[in-house]
Design a binder for this molecule. Structure first.
Ligand SMILES: [Zn+2]
Length: 304
């Protein structure tokens, strides 16, 4: 079966402003799973979360911010390297510093390859990314970085490999809000083991959970959630690992719990979750990725 590719085409959609706290705003796409952004307003500086997928979207973010505050945008943080989070970088002011994990900067090296991935998800609007110049981060870090925006501290944290190897969390300790990019995806969705294995992804999420208390999670895609979304991600990866390592066909329990949308989607009851096809496709990709990873590890071991 051909994998289901969700549309990330931002045409005919907009970003809704959700004030999550005094100084913390989520910019939520009005269609799931289109990308979300957000911003945090200090006394001296504004920090933006991800620049999104096109020039138009990057400008939309800045217009929303300038209608909300006169404080200048000084920082733009990329939660991972994917084009849907970074292609808008170029359209932020030159004096706005772009910050990311050093692996994210390293991964921003093959624009043609990334464009062709994104084009598949953009469909008709693929042309909107033909003019992309990939502006890479000015500042990188390894495990953590604190930024003082003026009376509000924002912490950037890296806990290990997640959906990409440079995934980071943007955390506001004062209000216990976390922007999680693709590492913890929004309500109803499951994590995508795109570039690694379920094992390391699980350790990353457990490290995140044990390090900081979280009240609210604003994901790179999907609805805003509380910390239970992190627990569900941990559960899913735990079951995926367990079934793969016991050589059980990784479907039974996982389908029951996560795919058919009962436990996972909370209040939706017996109905099939609206993102069922997407969840199913992410899950199939995860199983394939993990089995390939295991096979290549096995081969490497037997060659030693
Ligand atoms: Zn994404």
């Amino acid at each position: 079966m051909k994998p289901f590719v969700p549309s990330l085409d931002p045409e005919n959609s907009k970003l809704d402003v959700v004030q999550v706290d005094d100084r913390v705003f989520a910019l939520c796409a009005d269609k799931i799973p289109l990308n979300n952004s957000g911003f945090i307003v200090g006394d001296d500086a504004v920090l933006v979360v991800d620049s999104l997928i096109t020039q138009k979207r990057a400008i939309e973010i800045q217009e929303i911010i300038s209608s909300a505050t006169n404080i200048p945008i000084r920082y733009l943080v990329n939660t991972n390297y994917h084009g849907d989070h970074t292609f808008g970088n170029f359209w932020f002011p030159r004096d706005c510093k772009i910050i990311a994990h050093h692996y994210t900067r390293q991964s921003m090296c093959d624009l043609d390859r990334e464009k062709s991935h994104i084009k598949k998800a953009m469909g008709r609007a693929g042309d909107d990314i033909s003019n992309i110049i990939w502006r890479t981060p000015d500042i990188t870090f390894d495990t953590s970085l604190d930024i003082d925006l003026g009376n509000i501290i924002v912490q950037l944290k890296h806990y290990g490999r997640g959906n990409t190897r440079g995934d980071i969390i943007i955390y506001i300790p004062g209000s216990k809000i976390a922007f999680t990019g693709n590492m913890v995806i929004g309500s109803g969705l499951i994590p995508s083991v795109l570039e690694g294995n379920a094992d390391s992804y699980l350790s990353t999420l457990v490290a995140f959970k044990s390090d900081i208390p979280v009240n609210k999670i604003i994901s790179g895609h999907g609805e805003i959630n509380d910390s239970s979304q992190l627990d569900r991600h941990i559960d899913y990866l735990f079951y995926l690992n367990e079934e793969l390592s016991n050589d059980i066909s990784p479907t039974a329990k996982i389908h029951e719990r996560f795919i058919n949308g009962r436990e996972y989607s909370g209040n939706i009851g017996m109905e099939i979750h609206p993102y069922h096809q997407l969840i199913q496709s992410i899950h199939e990709g995860n199983v394939k990725m993990c089995l390939e990873m295991r096979e290549s590890n096995r081969r490497a071991m037997s060659n030693e």
